[in-house]
Design a binder for this molecule. Structure first.
Ligand SMILES: *C/C=C(C)/C=C/C=C(C)/C=C/C1=C(C)CCCC1(C)C
Length: 232
């Protein structure tokens, strides 16, 4: 058994590269926090927490993959269960900075994200029917999209937002719609037909890169923009 990376193992390399990217992103968001003003500082701290938590899980996931060739499911889902709620908190912080936001909205988004992940986990470990779990996960994700495009969250942003908060909110909802769509695609390619652990992991890894690092960059861009400085 070896923990060395096999030069022909593209999936293993993607674990390695993303580990490095997560560490670099964490450092960047942390240091750049100094340039942000007011409540935006907290948003950058949360962005750094997301990539920092992911970095630790990526170190271990790469090890599981390199040593066993199996999908590191448990580390993957523990990571998601910690980081997805933090990203929901990020949404909430952006809205709470511009308006008085009810706690019910926060809990609806939080519960939907947990339902989505628990369903995916149960499907992936084969505890329940893999496609039944997929449908439940999809329903929860679509509910989140509804909430941020037409529900209360979108109304709060449209009615009370500043230029910087609206830019951040709009970019985050594109990430939750387009960026998050990469995950169910990985699930389908991982479990549909012959099922491919390679496809599953490389697509999930790519998705994490987009949804954790680009997500943070969007927040960083808004937090350090001149409109954020003016309205803080
Ligand atoms: C940092 C990690 C993130 C942003 C993870 C997000 C994960 C998802 C959006 C997963 C979605 C899934 C479905 C929509 C259907 C069921 C299978 C899942 C769990 C892969």
């Amino acid at each position: 058994m070896t923990t060395q990376l096999d030069p022909t193992d593209l999936v293993g390399m993607s674990f390695w590269i993303i580990s490095a990217a997560m560490v670099a992103a964490t450092f960047f968001f942390w240091v750049e926090r100094d340039r942000a003003v007011g409540k935006w500082k907290t948003s950058l701290s949360v962005a750094a927490m997301v990539t920092g938590i992911a970095a630790i899980h990526y170190f271990y996931m790469r090890g599981v993959w390199a040593e066993t060739g199996a999908s590191p499911l448990v580390y993957r889902y523990v990571d998601w269960l910690l980081t997805v709620p933090l990203q929901i908190i990020e949404f909430y912080l952006i809205l709470a900075a511009i308006a008085v936001v009810g706690a019910a909205l926060f809990w609806r988004l939080m519960i939907a994200s947990v339902v989505m992940l628990v369903a995916g986990y149960l499907g992936e470990i084969d505890a329940v029917n893999v496609w039944g779990a997929f449908i439940v996960g999809m329903a929860a994700w679509i509910y989140i999209i509804y909430e941020i495009f037409v529900g209360e969250a979108s109304k709060i942003s449209a009615e009370n937002g500043t230029a910087a908060s609206k830019t951040a909110f709009n970019a985050l909802r594109i990430i939750v719609t387009v960026g998050w769509a990469i995950y169910p695609l990985g699930y389908v390619l991982g479990y549909g037909g012959a099922g491919s652990p390679d496809a599953l992991n490389i697509i999930y890894n790519l998705a994490d890169f987009v949804n954790k690092i680009a997500f943070g960059v969007v927040i960083w861009a808004a937090a350090t923009s001149s409109s954020a400085t003016e309205t803080a």
